[in-house]
Design a protein around this ligand. Structure first.
Ligand SMILES: Cc1cc2nc3c(=O)[nH]c(=O)nc-3n(C[C@H](O)[C@H](O)[C@H](O)COP(=O)(O)OP(=O)(O)OC[C@H]3O[C@@H](n4cnc5c(N)ncnc54)[C@H](O)[C@@H]3O)c2cc1C
Length: 160
C-alpha cells in the first residue's frame, strides 16, 4: 500500500455555486479548489490550521469588485471569505474554512509616486521591502519596522 494523505473534504454546495457564479461574472484571476492550494493556505505563521474550500487570486481591482458584488447576493449569505497577504500574521487571522482571497500573487503593483508630496499609491499586495526599495533613493522609508518585512503586505499590515 502506497502511503497517502487523506483527500480534502468535498466542497459545500453553496461554495460550488458561488465559485461558478464568480467564473461567470468575468472574474479574470485564478480560482483553485485543488487539494494542494487548500492545504498550503490552511496554515499561516500561527499555531492554527483551517482548511479552506477554495483559494482565489484576483488579478486586479475589478476582480475584487466582482467578488464583493457576488457576496452581496442573498443566495451566498453563508459564504465567507478571508483576504490574505503574506500569511505572516501570528493569530490565524488570514485562515478560513471558506474562501481565501490571496491578494499577494497579482495585486502587487506600485501605481503612483509623488516624492515631493511624499505619498505613494499601491495595490494592497505590495510587500513592505518592495516599497522601501522603491522609495529609498528619495530618502524615504515606510514605517513601521517589522521583522517579516520581506513578506508582509500593505493590506496585511493595515488590517493587523
Ligand atoms: C516571526 C514573525 C515576526 C513578526 N514581527 C512583527 C513585528 O515586528 N511587528 C509587527 O507589527 N508584526 C509582526 N509580525 C506579524 C505580521 O508579520 C504582521 O502582522 C504583518 O503585517 C502581516 O502582514 P501579511 O501581509 O502577512 O498579512 P496576513 O497574515 O496575510 O493577514 C493578516 C490580516 O490581514 C488581512 N488582510 C491581508 N491582506 C488584506 C487586504 N489586502 N485587505 C484586507 N485585509 C487583508 C487578513 O485577512 C488577516 O486578517 C510578525 C510575524 C512573524 C511570524
Amino acid at each position: 500500500m502506497i502511503p497517502r494523505i487523506a483527500e480534502a473534504p468535498s466542497l459545500e454546495q453553496a461554495y460550488v455555486d458561488f465559485l461558478k457564479g464568480l467564473k461567470h461574472s468575468g472574474f479574470e484571476g485564478q480560482i483553485h479548489t485543488d487539494y494542494a492550494d487548500r492545504v498550503v493556505l490552511s496554515t499561516d505563521n500561527s499555531i492554527y490550521q483551517r482548511q479552506p474550500q477554495a483559494v482565489v487570486y484576483p488579478r486586479h481591482r475589478d476582480d475584487v469588485v466582482k467578488l464583493c458584488t457576488l457576496l452581496g447576493d442573498p443566495r451566498f449569505r453563508r459564504v465567507v471569505v478571508a483576504p490574505r497577504g503574506g500569511g505572516t500574521g501570528t493569530n490565524g487571522q488570514s485562515l478560513s474554512d471558506g474562501i481565501i482571497v490571496d491578494l499577494s500573487r497579482h495585486m502587487n503593483q506600485i501605481l503612483e509616486f509623488n516624492p515631493d508630496e511624499r505619498w505613494v499609491r499601491v495595490q494592497s499586495g505590495v510587500v513592505k521591502d518592495q516599497l522601501n526599495a522603491f522609495v529609498k533613493s528619495h530618502g524615504l522609508f515606510f514605517a513601521p519596522e517589522l521583522s517579516t518585512s520581506n513578506r508582509a503586505t500593505i493590506g496585511g499590515m493595515m488590517t493587523t
